[in-house]
Design a protein around this ligand. Structure first.
Ligand code: CP3
Length: 345
């Protein structure tokens, strides 16, 4: 029988729901920090299957989550396309910025699979090591979010350079989006062939785009990816995370044939239950509630469970686990979710 996670994505409602957490592998775990200290840098960790398998497994061993997410990063794609990604300690990612058509023309996907081969190897090993009922999630960044890091040369608050580029030279920006879209399709297909059983597309910065740009740079490229991956691998469910989309979540799920949608912390649960009927809902406990960790967290988790009871729901956060989170608090949350019955609310 398929795992609880896959059955839920296929439309089955269960109580308690399956649970995993975005950024479940990472700095809040002492065993992650230990492995991280052994690696030369963060990208080396992503490109060394022995280490990447180990850090993917750490939260599974500790908490028995229903799904494991491949340990990697959305920025391995720009790295493979020629953006020279570097993670600077304490400063976040740095890339060589692309500000015009000439910069886009210097990139290419000729070495994509060669560059990402260690990631595929990590997936193959994970599928062998994971318990059978633990689903393996592959992922990629969505084109807008990935392109925004490529244009800015790193993280940003407003994504001013990326948004200006898109307005001043939409043709060149569109070429960049198309290149990332095409590379992402190849990358996700290879992840499935290596053992990924479900996929998540992270559009972490979808929320900075006004509606027309949301349509053009977020929704359209994500739809192209979902259509292409479904055409070759129709059996693999896809979850999209258009973070910050607000009321456009509804338009998104009605237009893009995804199986699930991950809700950020700002989406009212009752509204989602009422208006996002076509898909499985994932989310959306506030990572700050998890950091806070007291009864306040459990009350919020109970509200979430009650609001989405009867709907296919995957329990998760509205964004990633924050580094100062206490690992014992995560246990407390998992125990609470696993012992939940609808009548207990
Ligand atoms: O457990 C997991 O979720 C699997 C691995 C994973 C990482 N990043 C590991 C990581 C996943 C799915 C991501 C996605 C990712 N990466 C996103 C989309 C989701 C989101 O959080 O919005 C984005 C925008 C990135 C880009 C990125 N990676 C940034 C901006 C940073 C630096 C800031 C930070 O959070 O540290 C990273 C680094 C990163 N990616 C770390 C981890 C565990 C920390 C690296 C370290 O150990 O120093």
């Amino acid at each position: 029988m398929p795992s609880l996670f896959l059955r839920t994505l296929a439309g089955e409602a269960s109580s308690p729901p399956p649970i995993w957490l975005m950024r479940q592998a990472g700095r809040y775990l002492p065993e992650y920090r230990e492995i991280r200290a052994q690696a030369k840098g963060f990208l080396d960790l992503c490109y060394t299957p022995d280490l990447a398998v180990e850090v993917t497994m750490q939260p599974i061993r500790r908490y028995g989550f229903d799904a494991a997410i491949l340990f990697s990063d959305i920025l391995v794609v720009p790295d493979a396309l020629g953006s020279d990604v570097d993670f600077v300690e304490g400063e976040g990612p740095k890339l060589s910025p692309i500000r015009n058509g000439a910069g886009v023309a210097r990139l290419g996907k000729a070495k994509l699979h060669e560059h990402l081969a260690p990631v595929y190897e990590t997936l193959r090993r994970l599928r062998r090591e994971l318990p059978e009922d633990t689903a393996l999630i592959g992922f990629a960044g969505a084109p807008w979010t990935v392109a925004s890091y490529m244009v800015e040369g790193g993280g940003s608050k407003e994504f001013q350079e990326a948004r200006l580029f898109a307005r001043r030279d939409p043709e060149a920006f569109s070429e960049l989006i198309d290149l990332v879209t095409s590379a992402t399709i190849d990358y996700l297909r290879a992840q499935i062939d290596a053992g990924a059983e479900a996929l998540q597309l992270f559009d972490s910065w979808a929320g900075v785009l006004p509606p027309a740009e949301f349509q053009r740079w977020c929704l359209r490229p994500m739809a192209a990816i979902v259509d292409a991956v479904k055409a070759s691998h129709s059996e693999i469910p896809i979850i999209a995370f258009p973070r910050g989309a607000g009321v456009l979540y509804q338009h998104f799920v009605e237009t893009v044939p995804v199986d699930g949608v991950s809700l950020d912390t700002t989406v009212p649960r009752e509204w989602a239950a009422e208006n996002l009927r076509k898909v499985c809902l994932q989310g959306n406990l506030d990572p700050i509630a998890l950091l806070s960790g007291g009864d306040d967290m459990l009350n919020d988790a109970r509200h979430l469970l009650n609001s989405l009871a009867g709907r296919p729901h995957i329990f998760n956060l509205g964004h990633g686990v924050l580094p100062p989170t206490d690992p014992d608090t995560v246990s407390r949350l998992v125990d609470f979710v696993r012992s939940y019955r609808p009548s207990s609310g």
